[in-house]
Design a binder for this molecule. Structure first.
Ligand SMILES: Cc1ncc(COP(=O)(O)O)c(C=O)c1O
Ligand SMILES: N[C@@H](CCCC[NH3+])C(=O)O
Length: 441
């Protein structure tokens, strides 16, 4: 397993993260446990800011909450001076409760509810990324009734669909997100916003995909948006002030993944903007999620049962599964792992790591080399910081794990483990179904 960030193997032969022995972490907090290397998270945030400083471009970096949203995470985003992208009232609530300044929050989403728009407006967030005409009408009405003028970006779909290792140009993009560029929807949206007294157009947004390892897709999107912005300037006189190019920067889940350094993405994007916006340079905004927090996360599991099918496969089962680790089942994603309690032991066999849930597809890792495992060993799966806790669920009524931040030898619980009581907290038994009151008796 590649050792990311502050991960290392200590004198006891245990995996250590943020100066904390992971075997001790499991003793203290139980398993499964999400561990987040705080220094690594901060380092990634600083890399984006530093990269923009080097290009000399006016910029903002926002963290995409969807990757991993907790109150402690919002505090870190706040301390590091980033903006925050939220896509739901839950993410907004988390940020506000954590004391994150609304003036650095903006709201995304293809189907924001009335309540969400109201919540954002009443909190005085920085802006809304408008996704469609229905929402535009709703926001306009709400803004007018509050006597507010609201900043907006228009989310565009520029007809580029980026995938993990390649990108394809789709022309007319088939997407539920945003205003379509090629059919003229964006220009129509621009005209409507400009004619509104309640909305203030700041610029454009696009997000071409996630886990991207190259810069060509970004460059193509910038070119298209540059051409569009120029046309818009001629037709309406509007000059783009903010160009938000989304997130999507890839990370290293395993040895096949070769992401570019953050500096390279930022440099290519900045150069692209320079070329494609020759008359007026907009402020460049990015909203990375995965690349901020993904490699900083490690999940610790306790190994339980082992099933060997001679000549076929050896299944090693852990005390979690697709409810805390959904990306293998969802995207056939591939991960690396080591035994945290015997981190230097040589690998002796190839096994597949299964979860404990009642699904054949409940697999964490197919075919990885490990030492011979024993019941009670601790398995550390790396690169689980993004889209793991945030996508976790209670399938099979399994409680969600705890999350601990580690730094400088200190571990802080930032999300407590769910309890059995949490699992039934929202359940109600109607009077007629209460024990001893059955109508069939
Ligand atoms: C609009 C938008 N912005 C930002 C992100 C964050 O992407 P990533 O985590 O790949 O950086 C996403 C998710 O793909 C997104 O849909
Ligand atoms: N949840 C996805 C990424 C979706 C990003 C949000 N648009 C993943 O884990 O890779």
């Amino acid at each position: 397993m590649h050792l990311h960030g502050t991960s290392r193997i200590n004198a006891a032969g245990h995996l250590e993260i943020g100066g904390c022995d992971t075997v001790d972490l499991v003793k203290r907090f139980g398993s499964p446990l999400y561990v987040v290397d705080e220094a690594r998270v901060r380092e990634q945030m600083r890399r984006y800011k530093q990269a923009f400083r080097e290009t000399g471009f006016s910029s903002q970096v926002a963290y995409a909450s969807k990757a991993f949203s907790t109150m402690a995470m919002c505090r870190i985003v706040e301390e590091e001076g980033l903006f925050l992208d939220v896509v739901s009232e839950g993410e907004l609530f988390t940020a506000l409760e954590a004391g994150f300044p609304p003036s650095r929050i903006y709201f995304h989403g293809n189907n924001k509810t009335l309540r969400e728009l109201e919540m954002g407006l009443d909190a005085d967030i920085y802006l809304f990324v408008l996704d469609n005409f229905v929402e535009m009408e709703m926001l306009q009405t709400l803004a007018r009734s509050r006597g507010k003028k609201v900043r907006v970006l228009l989310r565009t779909t520029p007809g580029i669909e980026a995938h993990t290792h390649n990108y394809i140009q789709t022309g007319q993009e088939d997407s539920k997100f945003g205003f379509d560029l090629s059919s003229g929807q964006v220009l129509k949206a621009v005209k409507r916003v400009l004619s509104s007294n309640d909305l203030e157009l700041e610029g454009f947004h696009c997000h071409i995909g996630s886990q991207i390892f190259e810069v060509d897709g970004f460059r193509m999107a910038i070119r298209k948006l540059g051409e569009f912005a120029e046309e818009t300037r001629h037709v309406t006189g509007f000059t783009t002030r903010i160009l938000n190019l989304g997130g999507g920067f890839g990370i290293r889940y395993n040895q096949n993944d070769q992401p570019l350094p953050i500096r390279d993405y930022v440099k290519a994007i900045s150069e692209g903007v320079q070329e494609s916006f020759p008359h007026h340079l907009p402020e460049i905004w990015l909203e990375p999620g995965r690349s901020i927090v993904g490699e900083a996360g490690t999940t610790l599991y306790t190994i339980g049962t082992v099933k060997e099918i001679p000549g076929v496969r050896k299944y090693v089962a852990v005390d979690g599964g697709m409810n805390d680790h959904p990306r293998t089942a969802l995207y056939q994603a591939s991960y690396e792992a080591i035994l945290a309690n015997r981190a230097s032991a040589p690998c002796e066999e190839t096994v597949s790591v299964a979860g404990k849930l009642c699904e054949t597809g409940d697999m964490l890792i197919w075919d990885i080399p490990l030492p011979k495992v024993n019941n009670g060993d601790i398995l550390a799966v790396s690169c689980t910081g993004a889209y793991h806790y945030s996508m976790s669920n209670n399938y099979n009524r399994v409680a969600r794990p705890a999350v601990a931040f580690v730094q400088n030898g200190q571990a802080d619980l930032v999300v407590r483990r769910e309890t059995l009581a949490d699992l039934i907290r929202n359940d109600r038994i109607p009077e007629r179904l209460k024990a001893g009151e059955s109508s069939s008796s």
